[in-house]
Design a protein around this ligand. Structure first.
Ligand code: NDP
Length: 260
């Protein structure tokens, strides 16, 4: 121990509770698992209640943490309130919200129906808004908390070869909402940050399809997509005290994709 230098905080979540939206598959499952491995109890919520419960059971067995699966549609305020209540009832607390749930449709702008545009904004933006507001109301009574929003490089660049105008705009909104809430809620001890991943192998991003290879893979400096578990440590870091001086940041993890 050097004189005058305190030990830095480690990315531990021991004794904390996290809610992960859309946490039963893809990136959300990797986040839920990494949070539990870092010591957190976790609530997984998505529209598919059975899948959420099944994933929770497996994670609880693997990590020894309390992991609960519940039905959650992030576009419904009553669902958001129930998810927060579930965390508090099951574990006595809520410290971390990971806004991971999201949808993406590939379609040229001239052909996007109103319902599809509305659905993308309802889930990707209003869902983040509702969950954040409900969780933050709890955090203000509990001395603080952290929110990690899952944005995207699509909030900064326009993807090719597929067109996804609503998704791109929704993720730009997530990044700006992150900054807005971070500024407003810092006095309450609430930190709000975002992760902006590049292409990650999940159901949403079919990274192995040959028609996407030239733009998604060959255009990237590292010439590959990520696996979900490569993004998860960043979420644990941003959720934990190890990132205690960070708020309003949008951290890109894209294998260098946005360098070109
Ligand atoms: P997936 O499609 O694999 O998973 C999405 C999850 O969100 C599912 O569990 C789904 O469950 C849930 N979800 C969708 N709508 C709702 C809703 N209304 N309420 C609650 N849960 C919902 O996607 P990914 O794992 O790839 O994506 C996770 C996040 O990462 C998204 O925000 C995405 O935009 C972002 N991202 C992904 C990238 C990638 O390359 N894969 C790159 C950059 C960002 P259910 O349908 O049962 O509700």
């Amino acid at each position: 121990m050097l004189d005058g230098l305190a030990d830095p905080p480690t990315p531990s979540l021991a004794g904390r509770t996290a809610v992960v939206t859309g946490g039963y598959r893809g990136l959300g499952l990797a986040f839920a698992r990494a949070l539990a491995q870092a010591g957190a109890d976790v609530v997984i919520g998505a529209r598919d209640e059975g899948a959420s419960r099944a994933a929770a059971r497996l994670l609880a067995e693997e990590t020894g943490r309390r992991v609960v699966g519940t039905a959650l549609d992030v576009t419904r305020r009553e669902d958001a309130e129930r998810a927060v209540a579930t965390a508090v009832e099951a574990t006595g607390r809520l410290d971390v919200l990971v806004n991971n749930a999201g949808v993406c449709y590939h379609r040229p702008a001239l052909e996007v129906p109103d319902e599809e545009f509305d659905s993308v904004f309802d889930i990707n933006v209003k869902g983040v808004w509702l969950m954040s507001q409900v969780a933050a109301r709890h955090f203000t009574t509990a001395g603080g908390g952290t929110i990690v929003n899952i944005g995207s490089i699509s909030g900064q660049i326009v993807n090719r070869p597929q067109w996804q105008p609503a998704y791109n705009a929704s993720k730009a909104a997530v990044h700006q909402l992150t900054k807005s809430l971070a500024a407003e809620w810092a006095p309450f001890g609430i930190r709000v940050n975002a992760v902006a991943p590049g292409y990650v192998r999940t159901e949403m991003a079919p990274v192995d399809e040959p028609r996407f290879r030239s733009r998604w893979i060959d255009d990237a400096p590292m010439r590959r997509a990520a696996e979900p578990e490569e993004i998860a440590p960043l979420v644990v870091f941003l959720a934990s005290d190890a990132s205690s001086f960070m708020t309003g940041s949008v951290v890109v993890a894209d294998g260098g994709y946005t360098l070109f």
